[in-house]
Design a protein around this ligand. Structure first.
Ligand code: TYD
Ligand code: MG
Length: 453
């Protein structure tokens, strides 16, 4: 018998090499190569393949009447999806273990199945009994929600063809395997093959499908990068350990805006949507304490007020610490350098910690001014006015640059009772009609210092 041909595949990115390698030349990960067999028996995907029955058609003759979106009734979830589920789409949800992916989908599916649609929940991780126990905890009564505990790709496909559900969830894609592929469950080859087959099945039958994916230690979805290209929507479910807030974020969406977020709170009886996140994020804010600044960041289409905290204290290390949670580390380093150079702040021997309260992440340049204000406030031990909101991008020359969607940020601040906004002068010049909150335009850090304390 001829020896089967093998190759080595990087389990992190899918790179193939004829020999074992210690370090992947493609993604630079160490120790990720595993042997896989080359021969591929007739794959399930082959028999499912889309088949091109359709002829090419002139673009103006293509029917674009949008099929009705399916709302599950959980407002935050629907918004992240761009206003509801598009029939036939495939959605990938990634997140850390225990963050609440299974809980979220079970709740969403229960809500949808109440509308009379058959939903199939396939779990490769939990037994039907465990899922039932969770459903009881969540208070779910849903006769149209079918539960299946299965890891074999072939049998899942058989069940789907037989039951013909309207909605399918695979929890999780890393546990599904096909015996036609020689590598172990969870390996790149298995994930590629099983997700590929399920996506083809979904596209062919118009079945709306959710795939739950594990994430690697860097936070990317485990498995081939290709997976994210094959699906229509990629969502990440995030949250800090020890915080009950969870943020559902769209990073790719063929049917809606990306960077849209949905905020949830994990409670005793499951996830509750938080429809006014600003209020929650500011709830425990200490007033009259140096180092706390409120910023307004746009997340997707929605402005959210967030508290930024900074602590500046004398360092006893040769290289002082710069620690950030929730904001980009490099951004803070850059702003500290601007503060030193332009404002004469003496920070070279100070440890600086910057934290976004509530466990959220912000990565918008518009929060720059807030970071600078919080650091300056802590270093000078001066309290910032608790009724003031900051936003604006800070440039390397110490200039404050205009930002987008200033008006909706100001409105959100006004709604929550803030009395003043310190914002880029170029933005405030266009918004002179707004009287409440009071707008203070600044064009440089120097200007800002005059009005801040
Ligand atoms: P789970 O959905 O199993 O996470 P994942 O599928 O992402 O791994 O969530 C499990 C966590 O959520 C667990 O630590 C307990 C917590 N939890 C609650 O706090 N309340 C609840 O009602 C439920 C169902 C879970
Ligand atoms: Mg789970």
């Amino acid at each position: 018998m001829a020896k089967p041909k093998t190759f080595y595949a990087c389990q992190s990115c899918g790179y193939r090499a004829p020999k074992w390698l210690g370090k992947c030349p493609d993604c630079n990960e160490w120790n990720t190569f595993a042997e896989e067999r080359l021969e591929r028996a007739t794959s399930v995907r082959g028999e499912l393949s889309l088949g091109t029955k359709e002829d090419p058609a002139p673009i103006h003759e293509i029917n674009t009447a949008e099929e009705g979106r399916l709302q599950c009734g959980i407002g935050e979830f629907d918004r992240v999806l761009g206003g509801g589920l598009v029939p036939g789409s495939v959605i990938l949800i990634g997140g850390d273990p225990g963050i609440g992916k299974s809980t979220l989908l079970l709740q969403a599916f229960a809500a949808i199945s109440q509308k009379g649609l058959t939903c199939l929940y396939v779990s490769g991780e939990e037994s039907p009994r465990q899922i039932k126990m969770r459903a009881e905890r969540l208070g779910i009564v849903a006769p149209n929600l079918l539960v299946l505990s299965e890891t074999s790709l072939e049998r899942i496909i058989e069940h789907v063809k037989h039951i013909q559900p309207g909605l399918l969830v695979i929890d999780s894609i890393q546990t599904i395997f096909s015996p036609t592929i020689p590598s172990a469950p969870g390996s790149i080859a298995q994930v590629r093959e099983s997700s590929g087959s399920i996506i083809v099945l979904a596209k062919k039958t118009g079945l709306t499908t959710f795939l739950i994916g594990h994430v690697t230690k860097d936070g990317a979805i485990a498995g081939p990068r290709l997976l994210e290209h094959m699906v229509d929507t990629v969502l990440y479910f995030e949250g800090e350990r020890g915080h009950s807030f969870r943020v559902l974020r769209a990073v790719k969406n063929r049917f809606g805006s990306t960077n849209e977020i949905g905020v949830f709170e994990m409670k005793e009886a499951g996830l509750k949507e938080v429809s006014n996140p600003s209020e929650i994020f500011l709830m425990e804010r200490p007033l009259q304490v140096p180092g706390s600044a409120v910023v307004c960041s746009i997340e997707g289409t929605r402005p959210i007020l967030i508290e930024l905290q900074a602590l500046v204290s004398r360092s006893f290390l040769a290289v002082p610490r710069r620690t950030t949670i929730g904001v980009d580390h490099n951004r803070v380093a850059l702003l500290v350098a601007v503060l030193e150079k332009k404002m004469g702040a003496k920070l070279f021997d100070q440890d600086i910690f910057v934290n976004v309260a509530g466990g959220v992440h912000v990565d918008e340049p518009a929060v720059d001014l807030g970071i600078v204000a919080a650091i300056a406030s802590s270093s000078r031990e001066n309290v910032l006015d608790p009724k003031t909101v900051f936003f604006g991008e800070v440039g390397l020359a110490g200039e404050i640059r205009g930002i987008s969607q200033a008006e909706s940020r100001i409105k959100e601040a006004g709604k929550l009772g803030f009395e003043r906004c310190i914002l880029p002068a170029s933005n405030s010049a266009q918004l002179e009609h707004i009287k409440n909150p009071k707008l203070t335009g600044v064009s440089s850090l120097n200007d800002c210092w005059k009005v801040m304390f």
